[in-house]
Design a protein around this ligand. Structure first.
Ligand SMILES: Nc1ncnc2c1ncn2[C@@H]1O[C@H](COP(=O)(O)OP(=O)(O)OP(=O)(O)O)[C@@H](O)[C@H]1O
Ligand SMILES: [Mg+2]
Length: 258
């Protein structure tokens, strides 16, 4: 693969839920090491784009490429689905997702949560996975919590465990959907710090967030969505500093006032 092949490339993506068209032709490119943030009002389509990118959702038109490899489809329109289950698994395990609500398995300890997918999905060696899992928990600052169950952790600790679990898959990119919005402000900062560390390590990430300060701090590129289309995109300095679109100006003034 030439070095300039994007890790994730979305071209002219269209997605509808039945008659409701929610993504109306969106292009997004994330090269290796890029942090791309998606911002926009509720319902603008941010989560849908992430879910389409890692093939949790079908889309009706457009291409999704992972490291230059286009997703293979069968059928058309509302009947379009990925054609190759192995390809889907490969792409999905390489684009690890972190959700707003953590989604840890309640009946497993934190360590077991982190170890589960590398063993069952990737078939990795248990002893090696366990060693790596401890290292990832240490990286997110909760090494001492490995024997605890999710319910025994704070929200910020649970979200950091979810990030460790995503990292344990050793994915090509991480996809975050509002990773801090279920958290109290103090706990939010613990998670923002981890995301900043990951950005400074040169990880490829797509982040849906309401946290404009984090988006400004970590992103190479910020995308403002409005009703399923990209209204404006650019480097954070330009987008936040001198927004061109009136809608973006209004959005920023309403989020800054909140
Ligand atoms: N499973 C679904 N079935 C039908 N419509 C859906 C479904 N999921 C999302 N939608 C609709 O698609 C549109 C985009 O939703 P999406 O969740 O992507 O928005 P969002 O930008 O992530 O919003 P938020 O900031 O509230 O999370 C919305 O109009 C939403 O109601
Ligand atoms: Mg959303």
């Amino acid at each position: 693969m030439p070095d300039d092949t994007p890790v994730i490339e979305i071209r002219n993506l269209h997605k509808a839920y039945g008659a409701l068209e929610v993504i109306k032709g969106v292009d997004i490119t994330a090269h290796k090491g890029d942090v791309v943030s998606l911002i926009g009002s509720s319902g603008s389509g941010k989560s849908t784009i992430l879910r389409c990118a890692n093939l949790l959702e079908d889309s009706q038109q457009g291409d999704i490429l992972f490291k230059g490899e286009p997703v293979k489809w069968k059928g058309e329109g509302l009947l379009r689905h990925p054609a190759d289950a192995k390809q889907v698994l490969r792409i999905r395990t390489n684009l690890s997702m972190v959700f707003q609500q953590f989604n840890l398995w309640a009946h497993m300890t934190i360590l077991e949560n982190v170890m589960e997918a590398p063993i069952t999905v990737l078939g990795r060696d248990r002893a090696e996975v366990e060693k790596a899992a401890h290292a990832y928990l240490d990286k997110v600052g909760i090494a001492d919590k490995h024997d605890a169950y999710p319910a025994q952790l704070s929200g910020g600790q649970q979200q950091r465990a979810a990030i460790a679990r995503a990292l344990a898959m050793e994915p090509e990119a991480l996809l975050f959907d509002e990773p801090t919005s279920a958290l109290d402000p103090e706990l939010e900062q613990e998670v923002v710090r981890v995301i900043k560390d990951l950005a400074s390590e040169g990880r490829t990430m797509m982040i849906v967030t309401h946290d404009m300060k984090m988006a400004a701090d970590v992103s190479d590129q910020v995308i403002f969505l409005h009703q399923g289309l990209i209204e404006e995109q650019g480097a954070p300095d330009a987008l936040f500093g001198v927004p061109k679109s009136e809608r973006l100006r209004q959005f920023l003034s309403s989020t800054m006032a909140a």
